[in-house]
Design a protein around this ligand. Structure first.
Ligand code: SF4
Length: 205
C-alpha cells in the first residue's frame, strides 16, 4: 500500500498551554470539509499550497524537540484545516514516533465516521471545536451539518472516554450569543463531556 502523505502547511514549535499537555509542535495540514465564515486562513482549505511529506519525513523534522516532548509530557498536535482527514497518516506517524510522545488532534469532527475510527488508537487527546450545538447556528456559520459532528462526538466519548476528549465551545461574533454558548455547554455536559473550554473567537478582518 502506498505511504500516506501529509499536506503540510506549517509547523509551529515550542507551544505551551494551547493544545494539550507539555511542550508541543503544531503540524497544520491542508483541507477541510467546512467553510466557516471566520476561518483564519483560506490556505487551510486548499491542498494545492501544501508540501506533501511521508510520516518518516515529518518525524525527521520534529525530532529536534524530542527532549522537550519527553521532559514535559508533550508531543505533536495535528491541526489544520481538518486533521482527521489525515487519520491514516496520523496512525502511521504514531507507529513510527517515540512512544513517549503524546499525539493530539484538533478537529471539527465534520468527517466520515471511519476517520474517527482510524484515529481512535493513534490519538491521545481529541481537541474538538464544536462551533455551536444548535443545528441552525452551526449550519449558518459552517455550511455543514451539526448532526455528523454530534454523532462522531458521541462515538469518541464512548470509545475513547471523556478524559481523551476536550471540547472547545466558542462565542462566534455575529453567529451566537453568550446564552447560546452556555446552552451548548449544557448540552455537551449532558452528553457526557467532562473537559470543556469556553472561549471567544477573536476576529481580525
Ligand atoms: S473548521 Fe477550521 S479550518 Fe475548517 S473552515 Fe472552519 S475554521 Fe476553517
Amino acid at each position: 500500500m502506498a505511504e500516506p502523505l501529509f499536506p503540510l502547511l506549517s509547523l509551529s514549535r515550542l507551544r505551551m498551554g494551547t493544545d494539550g499537555a507539555g511542550i508541543t509542535t503544531l503540524a497544520a495540514g491542508a483541507g477541510c470539509p467546512l467553510r466557516c465564515r471566520w476561518c483564519i486562513n483560506a490556505r487551510l482549505l486548499c491542498e494545492a499550497s501544501a508540501e506533501e511529506l511521508t510520516a518518516e519525513e515529518l518525524l525527521a523534522r520534529l525530532r529536534i524537540d524530542d527532549l522537550y516532548f519527553r521532559a514535559t509530557g508533550g508531543g505533536v498536535t495535528f491541526g489544520g484545516g481538518e486533521s482527521l482527514l489525515h487519520a491514516v497518516f496520523i496512525r502511521r506517524f504514531r507507529q513510527l514516533c517515540p512512544a513517549e510522545w503524546r499525539i493530539s488532534a484538533e478537529t471539527s469532527l465534520a468527517v466520515p465516521r471511519e476517520m474517527a475510527e482510524t484515529a481512535l488508537e493513534a490519538v491521545d487527546l481529541f481537541i474538538v471545536d464544536c462551533k455551536d450545538m444548535d443545528r441552525e447556528i452551526y449550519r449558518g456559520y459552517t455550511g455543514g451539518d451539526g448532526a455528523r459532528m454530534e454523532e462522531n462526538l458521541r462515538f469518541l466519548l464512548e470509545k475513547a472516554g471523556p478524559e481523551r476528549v476536550l471540547v472547545r465551545v466558542p462565542r462566534i461574533p455575529g453567529y451566537n450569543t453568550p446564552d447560546d454558548q452556555k446552552r451548548s455547554a449544557e448540552k455537551l455536559r449532558a452528553m457526557g463531556v467532562e473537559r470543556l473550554d469556553l472561549f471567544d473567537y477573536v476576529i481580525r478582518e
